[in-house]
Ligand binder design. Structure first.
Ligand SMILES: Cc1cc2nc3c(=O)[nH]c(=O)nc-3n(C[C@H](O)[C@H](O)[C@H](O)COP(=O)(O)O)c2cc1C
Length: 214
């Protein structure tokens, strides 16, 4: 590929703007508005977000799916024994990043991750399709395996194990995390790279609202 092909990829962002006057005073309400816009824009995975954690002082990032949010935080589900789970057990500082391309928007959320209640994990686990529930038993997420056949064998094993069970138990190592928010930044693309960035920082019961230079 010609080396200028990549260098010349650029879009001018002209769709929208975000100002101190129109942003909600409550970042959760602002997030809910933007999330609704993302759903209405029919983005392929509006709830996909990059989860960044810390591994031995180094960044570690991957995409996960948002499964709920409110004033208590932002929730996703995973395997607690996975790399991310092990990293969060040592250092629970984390960051979530959304990129909604069609809307020219980014949201960054920083804070500390906690496990959700066993009851919330159960409820979400049992709301998933039966095959996905079995999948959680099959995958020792993040472990090295010798080949795909390991997964096929374990799938056959657990399908048989659970065939007479109406309710599959949730694996104890599978459940949710909730990010307790300290800071949220809303980024709206603007022309000429002079984007709008509004940062919310929690101060006691209040949110400090500041504009950042793009
Ligand atoms: C669109 C998308 C959604 C994903 N959603 C999740 C998720 O909700 N939970 C999860 O554990 N992994 C999810 N993954 C897989 C993760 O990116 C990652 O491969 C996996 O969690 C293992 O990460 P780790 O080894 O850093 O723990 C998703 C991947 C993609 C591309």
């Amino acid at each position: 590929m010609d080396k200028t092909t990549v260098a010349n990829l650029r879009n001018n962002y002209t769709l929208n703007e975000l100002s101190e006057n129109i942003v909600s005073k409550n970042p959760y309400i602002q997030f809910a508005e933007w999330f609704k816009d993302a759903l209405e824009a029919k983005l392929v995975e509006a709830n996909a977000m990059v989860l960044s954690t810390i591994k031995d002082g180094r960044p570690s990032a991957r995409v996960v799916l948002l499964k709920g949010f409110d004033e208590n935080g932002f929730v996703f589900y995973t395997n607690y024994k996975s790399h991310k789970g092990q990293e969060l057990a040592v250092n629970n500082a984390a960051c979530l990043t959304f990129f909604w391309d069609k809307l020219e928007r980014q949201v960054r959320i920083e804070g500390f991750m906690e496990k959700v209640s066993e009851q919330d994990s159960d409820e979400y686990y049992w709301s998933r399709p039966r095959e996905s529930q079995i999948g959680a038993w099959v995958s020792s997420q993040s472990e090295v395996i010798s080949g795909r056949d390991i997964l096929d064998e374990k799938l056959a094993f657990y399908q048989k194990e659970f065939e007479n069970l109406e309710v599959i138990p949730r694996p104890p190592h599978w459940g949710g995390y909730v990010l307790k928010v300290e800071r949220i930044e809303f980024w709206q693309g603007r022309p000429n790279r002079l984007h709008d960035r509004i940062l919310f920082t929690q101060e006691g019961d209040n949110w400090k609202i500041e504009r950042l230079s793009p």
